[in-house]
Design a protein around this ligand. Sequence first.
Ligand SMILES: NC(=O)c1ccc[n+]([C@@H]2O[C@H](COP(=O)([O-])OP(=O)(O)OC[C@H]3O[C@@H](n4cnc5c(N)ncnc54)[C@H](OP(=O)(O)O)[C@@H]3O)[C@@H](O)[C@H]2O)c1
Length: 306
Amino acid sequence: MLLVPPLSRRTLLHGAALAAGASLLPRPARAADALITRPIPSSGERLPAMGIGTSRRYEVAVTPEATAPLREAVERFVALGGTVIDTAPSYGTAEDVLGLILEGLREKIFLATKVAARGREAAQAETERSFQRLRTDKIDLIAVHNLIDTEVNLAVLRALKEKGRIRYVGVTVWRDEQFPDLEAVMKREKLDFVQVNYALDSRAAAERILPLAAERGVAVMVNVPFGRDRLFKAVKDKPLPDFATAFGCKSWAQFFLKYVLANEAVTCPIPGMAKASYVEDNLAAATGRLPDAAERRKMEAFIDAV
Ligand SMILES: NC(=O)c1ccc[n+]([C@@H]2O[C@H](COP(=O)([O-])OP(=O)(O)OC[C@H]3O[C@@H](n4cnc5c(N)ncnc54)[C@H](OP(=O)(O)O)[C@@H]3O)[C@@H](O)[C@H]2O)c1
């Protein structure tokens, strides 16, 4: 029989000293340690300031095999402290896919979907389908997709909110040409969220929409923060400019996302991310320092020149 000798007083003191010393050492960097959060103005609830968008890349077969890489990405996202996931009934199978891969994770997710129906009955049917497809009895946010039949859809959403089946209502757009209509809706309606396109090379939302959201107390999700592949193509294989290291950028994705997040009216960008490596990269953008006003001007000048 192997006898383990009792620990000597010296060993114990040495161990205690090591433990005390260890607490002075920097801990390994983990995004979950310091994810930036922003409040939803209508409730004060804080959200981690980076979410997942699910159009296109989550439109796969609803099978364990086809959804495995997506489940891996979402598990990594949750492990790093992310909560916000955005989808829509019109994203092919994406709602069904989320219903499958969120099994066991639903309570950790702030789940947002949309409605794009025309007419009250159609809106009621579409939202009911979302509950079924997402396999949940509570959806955190439903937004009117692309301002389709806004008043009718909003009335249906408000009835769901009254019943406690959803927690927030909003509207979405994704093109600058929709901004005048969006602005009118934001002035007319009481909204919890808007979702709007805003990116380093597509900055029109910062002129009127983001200030109006701040003034009206509306949370802002930012869609297409990379312009899909537009920004990556623009910088091609160029190295990051030296000034980007001052605010902790290690990749182009972080450069683009930190620019968006530096606008205080932004609650949460929702880049499409279907890979665990993208999740790690993009969530790290919501940690550490964000560029200040002068740095943001430099970023704009840089992208305008490429
Ligand atoms: N009207 C609306 O309501 C509306 C309209 C459009 C979008 N949206 C929402 O906004 C979300 C985001 O838009 P989006 O997905 O079309 O465009 P996006 O977020 O601008 O771009 C997403 C793409 O960027 C690439 N990417 C992501 N992270 C990366 C990283 N760290 N490094 C390198 N490449 C990276 C991926 O390309 P690859 O997959 O090709 O590698 C990904 O598919 C949508 O998923 C949707 O939820 C809403």
